[in-house]
Write a protein that binds this ligand. Structure first.
Ligand code: FAD
Length: 381
C-alpha cells in the first residue's frame, strides 16, 4: 500500500472540492425522513449526477464517473469536508448497486443502475421481518413461481426510507417448505404494485424513517430475480459485505466528526468551562481511531483493487465504526454538559442516531458471533 496520492488523485481532489464548494446547498436540507426533505435530497442527487459525482467508482455507462474506489474515498473526504447532504439513496448506491454490478445480468445492470445513480429510483432494503431480525434465516415471506411471475406474500419491516422509496430489494422464500438459509431468493420489486401496502413507522422524533411493507399476492416478473433462484442468502451476504465492510459508512464521516470533536474541545477550553479529567486523552483517542479506520479502509480498497474480496472481516469494521461513533458523541455531550440538550445539531441528534449503529446492518452481538466462528474458528456452542 502506497500512502501517497498520485498527481492525478490530487487533481481529482481539487476538482471535486471546487465543484462541491460551488454547489453544496448553503442551508442544510430538511430531513430525508419527511416527504419534503426526501424530494429535496433527490433534487440534490440529480445535481450531483449532472456534475458526474453521483457514483464516482461506477462505469460511465451506468451513471458513474469511471474512477476507482480510491478516488471514491477521496471524494467522500471532500464530501464530508463540504458538509454536503446525506445520501438519500444509500441503500441503492452503496448496497444494491455494487451487488448488481457483481451478480446482475447485463439487462439488469442497464435497467437499474443508471436510474439508481440519478436517484430517479430510490431503493429500500427489505430483509427484516417481525420474526427475522438477527435470525435473518428465519424469513417467512414467500415468492412462489407462477409462470413468468413470482407471487409474493408476507411482511417486511424496518425498511429505511421505505415510506417514500420507489423500489425494494428483498429476500423471499421461493422454495416451499425450505428451511433456514436454503430456498431464499433475492428479488427486486417496485413498491407501487397492486397488493403492496406501505405503512410508515414514525421514530421518536415524529419522522417516518422506516416502513412496514405488506405483500398480498403481489405479482413480480421473474426477470427481477437477482442471482440464481434459491441462492439469495449468498447474494445477500455480498450486499452485507459492502454494507458493513466499506461503502455504507466511509471513514470520512467519522473523520469529520472527530475533527468537530477536537474543535469542540478547543472551544470548551477557550470558554473556560470545566473539562473532566482524562477528556484530552479521550478526544485524542477518538481522533486517532478515526484516522486508523481511514487507513484500514485504504488498505481494504487496495486489496479490492488487486482483485481481493470483502469477507467476514467486514464484521470487525462494523463493530469498530459503530462503537467509535457512539464514543465520539458521548465525549461531545460530556464536554457540552447541560448545554447538550440545546445542541440538537450535530451532537444530540447525532448521538441518538449513533445509538442505532450497533443495531442496523446486523447487530454487534451477531458480528461478534461471526468473528468468533469465521475469523477465530471457535466452536458454535
Ligand atoms: C436505524 C435502523 C435502520 C434499519 N434499516 C433496515 C432496513 O433498511 N432494512 C431492513 O431489512 N432492516 C433494517 N433495520 C433492522 C435491523 O436489521 C434489525 O433491527 C437488526 O437486524 C436486529 O434485529 P431485531 O431488531 O429483530 O432484534 P433481535 O434480532 O430481536 O435482537 C434483539 C437482541 O438480541 C441479540 N441477539 C439476537 N440473537 C442473538 C444471538 N444469536 N447471539 C447474540 N445475541 C443475539 C441482538 O444482538 C439484540 O441485541 C434497521 C434497524 C435500525 C435500527
Amino acid at each position: 500500500m502506497d500512502l501517497r496520492y498520485t498527481p492525478e488523485q490530487e487533481a481529482f481532489r481539487k476538482q471535486a472540492r471546487a465543484w462541491l464548494e460551488a454547489n453544496v446547498p448553503a442551508e442544510p436540507l430538511p430531513s430525508f425522513d419527511v416527504a419534503e426533505g426526501f424530494e429535496a435530497h433527490r433534487a440534490w442527487e440529480k445535481k450531483l449526477h449532472a456534475g458526474g459525482y453521483a457514483m464516482v467508482p461506477w462505469p460511465v455507462e451506468y451513471g458513474g464517473r469511471g474512477a476507482d474506489l480510491l478516488e471514491w474515498l477521496i471524494f467522500e473526504e471532500e464530501y464530508y469536508r463540504a458538509g454536503a447532504p446525506g445520501r438519500v439513496n444509500q441503500n441503492g448506491i452503496f448496497l444494491l448497486g455494487p451487488t448488481i454490478m457483481e451478480v446482475g445480468t447485463p439487462e439488469q445492470k442497464a435497467r437499474f443502475l443508471p436510474k439508481m445513480a440519478s436517484s430517479e429510483e430510490v431503493w429500500a432494503q427489505g430483509w427484516s421481518e417481525p420474526n427475522a431480525g438477527s435470525d435473518m434465516a428465519n424469513i417467512q415471506s414467500t415468492a412462489l413461481r407462477d409462470g413468468d411471475v413470482y407471487v409474493i406474500n408476507g411482511q417486511k419491516t424496518w425498511a429505511s426510507r421505505g415510506a417514500y422509496a420507489h423500489w425494494l430489494f428483498g429476500l423471499f422464500r421461493t422454495e416451499p417448505g425450505s428451511d433456514r438459509h436454503r430456498g431464499l431468493s433475492f428479488i427486486l420489486t417496485p413498491l407501487d404494485l397492486p397488493g403492496i401496502s406501505v405503512r410508515p413507522i414514525q421514530k421518536i422524533n415524529g419522522k417516518a424513517a422506516f416502513a412496514e411493507v405488506f405483500f398480498d399476492d403481489v405479482r413480480v416478473p421473474v426477470e427481477n430475480l437477482l442471482g440464481d433462484e434459491g441462492a439469495g442468502w449468498n447474494v445477500a451476504m455480498a450486499t452485507a459485505g459492502f454494507e458493513r465492510g466499506l461503502m455504507l459508512r466511509s471513514p470520512a464521516r467519522f473523520q469529520s466528526t472527530a475533527w468537530r470533536l477536537v474543535e469542540l474541545y478547543r472551544e470548551t477550553l477557550e470558554r473556560g468551562a470545566p473539562v473532566a479529567p482524562g477528556m484530552r486523552e479521550r478526544v485524542a483517542r477518538c481522533w486517532m481511531d478515526a484516522e486508523a479506520y481511514a487507513l484500514n479502509t485504504y488498505q481494504t480498497v487496495t486489496r479490492l483493487l488487486a482483485g481481493g474480496r470483502i469477507g467476514a472481516e467486514a464484521s470487525l469494521n462494523k463493530i469498530f465504526w459503530s462503537e467509535l461513533d457512539i464514543e465520539m458523541h458521548e465525549a461531545a455531550l460530556e464536554l457540552l454538559g447541560p448545554g447538550a440538550e440545546l445542541a440538537r445539531e450535530p451532537w444530540l441528534d447525532g448521538y441518538v442516531f449513533a445509538l442505532s449503529g450497533p443495531i442496523y446492518a446486523g447487530t454487534n452481538q451477531i458480528q461478534r458471533n461471526i468473528i468468533a466462528e469465521r475469523l477465530l474458528g471457535l466452536p458454535r456452542k
